[in-house]
Design a protein around this ligand. Structure first.
Ligand code: 4AZ
Length: 241
């Protein structure tokens, strides 16, 4: 996240970090992800293990738990040569590193909770929307060690198309800050993480998954997010409710 600020430790219960697994670079943070149920995580490409309740990316902390990946479901229409349909569902394995609890997958708590899903075709509420992106990605100098947050404004479809023409599809949202003196954006390493907005009722909904953009924090190049509300039937079919 560029132009953001440290989040509160334990303050965002649904972001998770995507980690590599294997002998080389084991545990290295590669992307963001969002908990949408106790067993399922929304992200972008395949990842290997996930850490929920994560805040400092290197230091083990109170709320965090690491889980393996049982299943990765890429959207069937995703193609590597385009950013369309950039969405994946990851089923977390029920085996926690030490305690080995099966069945429930992730143990939920006040600091580890799923975000709400939007309704099918639901639009981001206009005007009142309080929207944030979060992630451990590039801050302009390096990846962040602590979870960053930034308040962000949703742009209209017309503004997004003006910038990205036909690369911008109906499966995407774009967002940026409208004030040029303080531009914020997502960047490398934030992909797969959440764009959440607060509904008037106070619930937080994952409307977007950080996906792509032309560079980071460039004027007239807003970040592009996969539009979760366009995938609700597919998500329900895969996760089974
Ligand atoms: C990336 O490379 C990436 N500014 C993520 C977000 C944006 C650009 C690039 C949006 O993962």
């Amino acid at each position: 996240i560029i132009g953001g600020e440290n989040s509160l430790r334990g303050g965002w219960p649904w972001p998770a970090s995507g980690r590599l697994r294997g002998s080389q670079a084991d545990g290295r943070l590669v992307c963001g992800a969002t908990l949408i149920s106790s067993c399922w995580i929304l992200t972008y490409i395949g990842l290997y293990k996930v850490r929920v309740g994560d805040y400092h990316s290197l230091v083990p902390e109170e709320y965090e738990e690491e889980y393996g990946v049982e299943k990765i479901v890429l959207h069937p229409r995703y193609r590597a040569d385009s950013n369309d349909y950039d969405l994946a569902l990851v089923r977390v394995s029920g085996h926690r590193a030490h305690r080995g609890v099966t069945g429930h997958c992730v143990t939920l708590s006040r600091s580890v909770l799923p975000a709400c899903m939007p309704m099918r075709r639901e639009r981001v509420p206009k005007g009142i929307a309080n929207c944030y992106i979060t992630g451990w990605g590039d801050t302009g100098r390096a990846y962040s060690r602590t979870l960053q947050q930034a308040s962000i404004s949703m742009l209209s479809k017309r503004q997004c198309e003006q910038r990205y023409s036909d690369q911008f599809t109906s499966r995407m949202l774009c967002a940026g800050s409208s004030h040029d003196n303080h531009r914020v954006d997502s960047c490398r390493g934030d992909s797969g993480g959440p764009l959440v907005c607060e509904r008037p009722s106070g619930s937080w909904v994952v409307y977007g998954v950080t996906s792509w953009g032309h560079a980071c924090r460039l004027q007239d190049a807003p970040g592009v997010y996969t539009k979760v509300s366009a995938f609700v039937p597919w998500i329900r079919k895969v996760i089974g409710k």
